[in-house]
Design a protein around this ligand. Structure first.
Ligand SMILES: Cc1cc2nc3c(=O)[nH]c(=O)nc-3n(C[C@H](O)[C@H](O)[C@H](O)COP(=O)(O)OP(=O)(O)OC[C@H]3O[C@@H](n4cnc5c(N)ncnc54)[C@H](O)[C@@H]3O)c2cc1C
Length: 78
């Protein structure tokens, strides 16, 4: 599936440093925000912090996994 914005690749006007981002909520909206900050905003992942009240990322998509075995997300978390 290809959305309209996926074809857009903004030209960076400068370095994103020393900006930091704090995203509240690790649902798909928060994860997408982080993705585009990295891909289009030129931010480093280490400069982005995602906060969530739950013990696992993904929000309603119910994330699971780890760096060694990979990640999955599914619906019906709540
Ligand atoms: C049972 C179910 C089935 C679904 N099926 C589909 C489907 O088939 N197709 C489809 O397109 N969509 C489906 N959806 C909808 C889809 O999952 C949601 O629209 C989407 O995941 C919402 O993402 P979000 O990031 O906006 O919010 P959420 O996934 O709700 O994430 C918000 C996150 O923010 C955290 N949070 C909230 N407030 C705070 C706070 N003050 N401080 C810290 N953290 C906070 C929450 O803990 C949560 O992790 C389904 C949803 C459910 C519940």
């Amino acid at each position: 599936m290809m959305g309209a914005y996926m074809r857009n690749r903004p030209v960076l006007s400068g370095s994103a440093e020393p900006r930091k981002a704090w995203i509240i909520g690790s649902g798909i909206a928060g994860l997408a925000a982080a993705f585009y900050m990295i891909r289009d905003g030129g931010m480093k992942g280490e400069d982005i912090t995602i906060l969530d009240t739950m013990h696992i990322e993904g929000g309603s998509l119910d994330g699971a996994g780890d760096p060694e075995n990979g990640y999955i997300i599914r619906a019906a978390a709540r």
